[in-house]
Design a protein around this ligand. Structure first.
Ligand SMILES: [Zn+2]
Ligand SMILES: [Zn+2]
Length: 263
């Protein structure tokens, strides 16, 4: 597969933050060279919306999941409905899910229960899992090891080399978002330099975490280019070379993305 363009592997484009100008946002992404994007759900409603939007946008696909911070509010019926949604042809991954010890919206035991549920669903459907991890390295490692899961560490922020190496050994891909570009993020850039180039991905996590020079503003898929430029500098590649690598990595990390008719 040759390089068609950048891929934002984690965008919440269905979020209300884009309700007023979503078409213009998509247009700016295309102009910035973003050829494809993965729309990631964080609860039942946003997962449904991700699928809807993926149907409408060329080069878009969806992931469905219940974010650890939303898991406390999700009912058993929500989880059952999500499991049905996950079988849709637009869905290329399960998530975002994971563990968040930074925010305390959901008790830890409930987060683990929800995470394990997603891991089982991903295994059943043979889909990669998109993991959100805030300050929960050892628990994430424990859960994915026992589940034998494969997938993506989204918005990678851990400073722990041992954790990174063990997740790489399990076959995980490592996705970097806007914080990679922040002036004080020396450690994150050091961690990125340790990731084999064939395991790297980029994302925005928009509308959150806009990269420099947009920091503090609403993030949008076009800005994935700024993170890619930063990452290209870290790995010593040109932006074109890295774009080609990231394209190939995305299609390997999310095998069903290849069918997304990225014309
Ligand atoms: Zn997240
Ligand atoms: Zn997210």
């Amino acid at each position: 597969m040759s390089a068609f363009g950048l891929i934002d592997t984690h965008a919440h484009l269905m979020d209300a933050a884009f309700a007023a100008d979503r078409e213009a946002v998509v247009q700016r992404a295309r102009e910035a060279g973003v050829a494809a994007m993965l729309l990631v759900g964080y609860d039942l409603a946003s997962s449904r919306a991700a699928i809807e939007l993926a149907r409408q946008l060329t080069g878009a696909r969806a992931a469905v999941g219940i974010h650890p911070n939303s898991a406390a509010d999700a009912s058993e019926a929500d989880f059952a409905a999500l499991a049905e949604l996950a079988r849709g042809p637009e869905v290329v991954a399960i998530g975002e899910t994971g563990l968040d010890n930074y925010r305390e919206f959901t008790p830890p035991a409930r987060q683990r229960e929800a995470f394990d549920w997603h891991l089982e669903l991903a295994e059943e459907l043979r889909l990669p899992i998109i993991i959100h991890n805030r300050e929960a390295d050892s628990d994430v490692l424990g859960s994915v090891s026992s589940a034998g899961a494969r997938g993506i560490l989204h918005c990678f922020s851990s400073p722990d080399v041992d954790y990174l190496e063990r997740m790489l050994a399990l076959g995980f891909y490592v996705s970097f978002a806007g914080p990679l570009t922040f002036k004080n993020a020396t450690r994150t850039r050091e961690m990125a330099a340790r990731v084999p180039t064939d395991r790297l991905l980029v994302e925005t996590d928009c509308p959150y975490l806009a990269p420099e020079p947009h920091r503090g503003r609403r993030n949008e898929p076009a800005f994935v280019r700024d993170t890619a430029v930063c990452l290209a500098g870290i790995v010593g590649a040109s932006l074109d070379e890295l774009t080609s690598t990231l394209w190939a990595n995305t299609l390997t990390a999310f095998p069903s993305f290849a069918e997304a008719a990225l014309a």
